[in-house]
Design a binder for this molecule. Structure first.
Ligand SMILES: Cc1cc2nc3c(=O)[nH]c(=O)nc-3n(C[C@H](O)[C@H](O)[C@H](O)COP(=O)(O)O)c2cc1C
Length: 205
């Protein structure tokens, strides 16, 4: 099925707050400008207010700033070389981890990844409001991270996240320029909102 994508610039969300959501972008053009502790605190304050199943708050984060060379290298090591290529420029690298069970009874928490995603969504919105950018990565070597950081069985590595400021396009290294300036697109409403029959949308906003 051919997909009729909408260009990001053509989406008019109408409200000022929501325009932040469009401003967010998975940049590959990180500047080396450092992120300070206060900024990280603001970001994690937003992160921790995400909703979660039974308020378990199953998210955990390993946070490495470039100043902490040993830790930063250890996190970078867990990222695929393809992603390392641009992620190595970010002043902060993180690993997002999910607690697989509920603390109240030890039962499996089938929504733990979902809730980590909500928390990272908050993180992402807060970062954007602060003029910062996140780039999440599934391209990681989970087993290595799990081993290197001695993460116990009850936890599962979900993703890596690079955080930092974005370079203006004229300062982006040549090998990343095309990717950084690539058009961002989204599915049409009719491709993902159904109200009568499954996969037959008649949704009109
Ligand atoms: C869970 C997750 C995993 C991702 N993994 C990678 C990755 O390994 N490498 C990469 O370059 N981008 C990765 N991305 C970024 C997506 O490619 C990106 O979000 C998507 O193309 C839409 O672009 P945008 O975020 O700029 O809107 C990932 C995003 C998410 C949410």
């Amino acid at each position: 099925m051919s997909q009729a994508y909408i260009k990001a610039e053509e989406i008019n969300l109408g409200q000022e707050q929501l325009s932040l959501l469009k401003e967010r972008k998975s940049t590959v053009a990180f500047s080396d400008e450092p992120i300070n502790t206060t900024q990280l605190e603001q970001i994690f304050e937003a992160t921790r207010w995400a909703a979660s199943c039974f308020n378990e708050q199953p998210w955990r984060f390993i946070v490495a700033t470039k100043e902490n060379e040993t830790l930063y290298k250890k996190v970078l090591n867990g990222i695929n070389p393809h992603n390392q290529n641009w992620a190595k420029n970010a002043p902060v690298l993180m690993i997002a981890i999910a607690k697989k069970t509920f603390s109240m009874n030890g039962a499996e928490n089938k929504h733990s990844w979902h809730d980590v995603g909500l928390a990272v969504g908050n993180m992402s919105a807060q970062a954007t409001a602060m003029g910062l950018y996140l780039h999440q990565m599934a391209g990681i070597v989970k087993e290595n991270i799990q081993q290197d950081f001695e993460i116990s069985e009850d936890f599962e590595v979900v993703s890596a996240i690079a955080l930092g400021y974005k370079l203006p396009i004229e300062e982006v290294p040549e090998d990343l320029k095309a990717r950084e300036s690539k058009e961002r697109t989204r599915k049409e409403f009719s491709e993902f909102i159904y109200n009568v029959d499954w996969e037959k949308s008649t949704f009109k906003p």
